[in-house]
Design a protein around this ligand. Structure first.
Ligand code: FES
Length: 142
């Protein structure tokens, strides 16, 4: 599949107060596979998900550009029936795994917020804000 657009990423300035969090074990992710996580504190902790896709790591905010719902309804089910795209369970939007771009659905053309991520040993680390509102505002500008 061709990447239509680059992932939506925030600026280094916007990430200045983001923290790096350990969110998963690489060996615990199938390929393809995805797992949701929550980090931070308070009433609205940040929610995201890590994705193993063609043996590469990606991470996104778990915030649909349509209505800011989590994509995985039910929990940790992120893929379309054929496993080729990410799917939002709320209203069926379909996203390209590599770029987070919505191809089909009520937010077509908009993008998931990509998060810096890395693997160290078997640990998966993601850099993210500690609150959900930051992600919703960034996705709102996608
Ligand atoms: S909230 Fe995701 S498609 Fe509507």
């Amino acid at each position: 599949m061709t990447l239509a657009r680059k992932p939506l990423v925030s600026t280094p300035e916007a990430q200045a107060d983001w923290r790096e969090w350990r969110v998963a074990d690489w060996s615990g992710l199938s390929d393809p596979g995805a797992r949701s996580f929550e980090v931070g504190e308070g009433d609205w902790p940040f929610r995201g998900f890590v994705l193993r896709w063609q043996d590469a790591l990606r991470a996104y905010a778990n915030v649909c550009p349509h209505r800011s719902h989590p994509l995985d309804t039910p929990v940790d089910e992120f893929f379309s029936a054929d496993g080729a795209l990410l799917r939002c369970g709320s209203h069926g939007a379909l996203f390209v795994p590599e770029s987070g771009e919505c191809l089909i659905g009520p937010c077509a053309g908009r993008r998931l917020l990509a998060l810096p991520s890395r693997i160290e040993g078997d640990a998966v680390f993601v850099k993210a804000p500690a609150d959900l509102q930051t992600a919703i505002e960034l996705v709102g500008s996608s």
